[in-house]
Design a protein around this ligand. Sequence first.
Ligand code: UDP
Length: 340
Amino acid sequence: MSKYVLVTGGAGYIGSHTVVSLSENGYIPLILDNFENANRSVLNGLHKILGFEPILLEGDVCDNDFLKSIFLSYEIHGVIHFAAYKAVGESVKEPLKYYKNNLLGLINILNNMIEFRIKNLVFSSSCTVYGEPKGIKEMIEETPKNSPNSPYGWTKWMSEQIIEDVIKANPSLNIAVLRYFNPVGAHKSVFIGEFPIGKPNNLMPYITQTAIGKQEKLIVFGNDYPTIDGTCVRDYIHVIDLAEAHVKAISFLESKSGVLEAINIGTGKGLSVLEIINAFTIETGVQINWEFGPKRKGDVTEIFANANKAKTILGWEAKLSINDAINDAWNWEKKLAATK
Ligand code: UDP
């Protein structure tokens, strides 16, 4: 039987890498994307990696008629729901845009899954639901959720609540909520990677764009945090490892009935901003033009995953290192510059 997995946001950064992993593991991904925040050249990149064109269903997850037509046309085995807005700063300026898109998309997915009796859902959540860690910086899934620092974060927090309530009322659903830490890197082939729109918000693309000369200078946000060197600490996870976690999650759900599991997807190790900059220079031999600037509003000081649950229940753990991620991100940046 064909195992169709609907991947909403399948042309995006994490979505496209997950499409590769799914295909490599015998699933047939159906890419749903409206290309609002994805680059069409991803399709060409996927074709080159996979050797065939993946199925594209172009449209918006908030358009319920469109979504319904997909569930009517394919016997869907599971859904991986990535499609959502993700720019923290923009969400502060336009909260309603974020609440509408991110919550309506999930509600439509859940409604159709219930109507068409589709059981398995992997939901793309974030460590932002933990808010600012109180005390221990290593998060376990039982760590109580805290107030996120942006409307974007709240959409993930609320989505998790929606999922919790919906599964209580519909116990035949199986849902894995993956709480990502900081995804970085690109596919080794450099046929797919991240396409930040405008100035990058995230550290790794900002570093690679500064290294290539697209950005003049990296500003390190704050130097007096109570951390190893005064800069914030995060858990950077290679996007390939992250993509594989989704495939493991789908396969875990297949054998279950009525489960809801929130699972951290990280390496279990925290690195500071300065550690990342130094690692980049050592790994690539390229110096970054950077200086300290003011703290960014809403940044948490230090957070990293306890990734034991992912290992125990999914049989997943991060295999790639920060150096792999740096190399792949840098090769991707150089490729983007060369193909301009
Ligand atoms: N950061 C920085 N300069 C930048 C972008 C990010 O110093 O131009 C820092 C940021 O303060 C945080 C870390 O890099 O400590 C990771 O930020 P990112 O936005 O990539 O991820 P976040 O953890 O905030 O979602």
